[in-house]
Design a protein around this ligand. Structure first.
Ligand SMILES: [Fe+2]
Ligand SMILES: [Fe+2]
Length: 136
């Protein structure tokens, strides 16, 4: 069973955002599978690097949409992105410095952050974009 089961609570109805979220969900599920299976650090590291890079790209995409549409809650939303972004970049640096940072707790933290963020801040943003812009 995947760590994150995709369901309609995660599907927000704004396609470019949903597509990114599906990809990020798949990557967190893959990271969980790798850790459970005791995969090599090389594989786990490569996947985590891709996850960090996709997260950053996704955050910038949402932030661009917020700026373009003058989204009223953009400062709080951007602050939440920046906080997570610095945490995952720091994890990558610690790994590069030789620390064994990958654990089930770490991947569960990522799952919780992603699911809660999608259901709250991203849901509000998507609802606003659907309401205020013509693109869906
Ligand atoms: Fe977001
Ligand atoms: Fe998002």
């Amino acid at each position: 069973m995947p760590l994150i089961e995709w369901n309609e609570e995660l599907e927000l109805g704004y396609r470019p955002i949903d597509a990114d979220h599906r990809k990020l969900t798949e990557m967190v599920n893959e990271l969980y599978d790798y850790i459970l299976a005791g995969s090599s650090m090389t594989l786990i590291h490569a996947l985590f690097e891709r996850l960090v890079s996709h997260s950053v790209t996704h955050f910038r995409r949402e932030e661009h949409l917020m700026e373009e549409s003058a989204y009223p809650e953009r400062l709080d939303h951007m602050a939440a992105h920046h906080h997570l972004e610095s945490q995952i970049k720091e994890s990558l640096e610690r790994f590069n410095a030789g620390e064994r940072i990958f654990s089930l707790e770490m991947v569960q933290f990522l799952r919780d952050w992603l699911v809660i963020h999608i259901k709250t801040m991203d849901r509000n943003l998507s609802d606003y974009l659907i309401r205020e812009t013509s693109v869906k």
